[in-house]
Design a binder for this molecule. Structure first.
Ligand SMILES: [Zn+2]
Length: 540
């Protein structure tokens, strides 16, 4: 019995030990198992809708915002202390050209580090085709931020009709429609035009309407780089609205500006037709970058007939002295004449020239100096033609008025969009917008100039673009939304990229969170690729 007693006692002791251990374990579970993956404490939240800031903590689980309020942060795996900082939805850039390089530069660094968590590519009529292939690659390999794409008119038209300056046949139109349909089914979120470019400039309004109709059943957006942003801007806006109305879709007018001196100050040319469209119940949006210079290939500085049929045809025309003079005269009229006495030779810079790297970052006056030529308008025109013939360079053109930039920025339906591309530090002397757009709006226009209130500036970067693009899970900092978040210091925030030295990341962005993961911390990428491809409704 003794042995039995001992044995029983031992069992009792063992059971007690196990029970106590279990109790501790259960307690430990309750106390120490993280309830959340990330909690941001002590920050001032701006929710993106235009509401004023308020103090609260934000809890994230997996890729979603799950709770906002006063939280027990010790129950989170990771804590970010945002004391003295603003916590806002990740910025959405509706107007980029990142699609050109995202397959080889998937971090999209120059956007991530300015707080952009979603970019839309495929703008101004140029996109990747087929989109399905690109999306598969990006989903397989990962991206630093979220990516969506429009379907580019020029891309589609070039495949079917080359650079021809004519209307399509019925057969060609239906081939183009078929290509648009393929890409919309693959997840394209809308259709874009670049009507100042080849071959888009050769198309009629009717052609575009027939193509835009292909995205209508899928709630796509029509995004347009219009035919004209200068003296014919009102007609161009009316054309954009007509396309939206007749195809039954909403309209986004890209990189809005009063781009020539003769229309500076004439805001009514933009807002008149848009206010009317809004009155009839249409959705019409604008986007804008916060600079007084544009950037594009020099090709768009030439008259349409001069560049029709591709580069060889252009070079051939130059050999005919009469045509050369006509091209030169048109170029002088469009690019080198100023009604206000502005020295245009100093207002046009070369951003990229594969034949003459030494021209990059210099204006036409400086290049003429370099070549030992007299700084005349005539020599400037000859220089542009010479460069175009050799290497089709890219330029930066100072052509807007700062006051207009501010006034247009205040339009409530105007979003912030960079019109930039992926940049590699040290390569070319590109427009600084690709590095600085969003911090510049916050630092210069919201803080220093007071052009916008901070909540309004944030709204133009978050909920407004989310609404225009139908990114229904993003753009607002609320429970249940995707956890795309930027944490920044409003006193510090500053774009550092300048026209002289564009390859510089902004200051003041402390953390960037993409789909719940910290993708950038203190101005550096953390090494993760949490971005998603955001598909249009046809592929969702
Ligand atoms: Zn454009």
């Amino acid at each position: 019995m003794r042995i039995g007693f001992k044995y029983t006692a031992r069992i009792t002791v063992s059971v007690t030990v196990v029970a106590i251990t279990l109790l501790f374990a259960i307690n430990a579970c309750q106390v120490f198992t993280p309830k959340w993956d990330l909690v941001i404490i002590n920050g001032q939240i701006i929710d993106g809708t235009g509401n004023p800031p308020y103090g609260a903590d934000v809890a994230i689980k997996s890729d979603k915002i799950v709770k906002i309020g006063k939280l027990e942060s010790e129950r989170s795996r990771k804590i970010i202390d945002a004391n003295g900082l603003y916590v806002v939805p990740g910025f959405i850039d509706v107007h980029t050209h990142v699609d050109r390089m995202i397959d080889t530069q998937p971090v999209v660094m120059n956007y991530l580090l300015q707080g952009v968590t979603t970019v839309v590519g495929g703008n101004c009529g140029g996109s990747q085709h087929p989109l399905g292939e690109l999306f598969n690659k990006l989903e397989g390999e990962g991206t630093g931020i979220n990516f969506a794409s429009l379907i580019g008119h020029n891309t589609v038209r070039r495949q079917v009709m080359g650079s021809d300056d004519r209307a399509p046949s019925a057969e060609e139109l239906s081939q183009m429609q078929e290509l648009v349909k393929q890409d919309v089914l693959a997840g394209g979120i809308g259709f874009s035009t670049g009507l100042a470019y080849v071959p888009g400039r050769y198309s009629t309004t009717e052609e575009i309407i027939e193509l835009v109709k292909m995205i209508q059943p899928f709630d796509g957006v029509y995004a347009t780089h219009m035919r004209n942003q200068g003296e014919h801007i009102q007609e161009a806006i009316e054309e954009s609205i007509r396309i939206g109305r007749e195809a039954g879709v909403r309209v986004q007018i890209a990189h809005i500006k009063l781009a020539t001196e003769d229309v500076w100050g004439e805001y009514g040319l933009i807002t008149g037709p848009i206010d009317e469209a809004h009155d009839e119940g249409m959705e019409v949006y604008l986007d804008q970058y916060p600079y007084t210079a544009t950037s594009s290939g020099f090709t768009s500085s030439f008259p349409g007939w001069a560049v029709a049929g591709g580069h060889d045809a252009f070079v051939e025309r130059l050999a005919d002295p009469e045509k050369y003079q006509a091209i030169k005269a048109a170029l002088i009229e469009k690019r080198l004449t100023s009604e206000r006495g502005i020295d245009k030779l100093q207002a046009i810079y070369v951003a990229k020239d594969t034949a003459h790297a030494e021209y990059e970052g210099k204006n036409l006056a400086e290049i003429l100096d370099l070549l030992g030529r007299e700084k005349t308008i005539s020599n400037g025109a000859d220089l542009i033609i010479e460069m175009q013939k050799k290497s089709q360079p890219r330029g930066i053109f100072f052509q807007m008025d700062e006051k207009d930039v501010e006034t247009i920025m205040q339009e409530p339906y105007n979003m912030i969009g960079s019109d930039g591309k992926i940049e590699i530090p040290g390569v070319e002397v590109p427009h600084p917008r690709a590095y600085g757009t969003f911090p510049r709006v916050l630092g210069r226009y919201a803080r220093d100039l007071g052009t916008l209130s901070l909540p309004d500036a944030i709204r133009k970067m978050t909920s407004l673009p989310a609404q225009a693009m139908r990114f229904n899970e993003r753009g607002v900092l609320k429970t249940g939304k995707s956890a795309d978040i930027v944490i920044f210091n409003f006193t510090e925030i500053q774009d550092m990229a300048t026209f002289e030295k564009p390859h510089q990341y902004a200051k003041g962005i402390h953390w960037v969170i993409v789909n719940g993961q910290v993708a950038a911390e203190k101005g550096e990428w953390t090494g993760v690729l949490p971005g998603k491809v955001l598909h249009g409704s046809a592929a969702r």
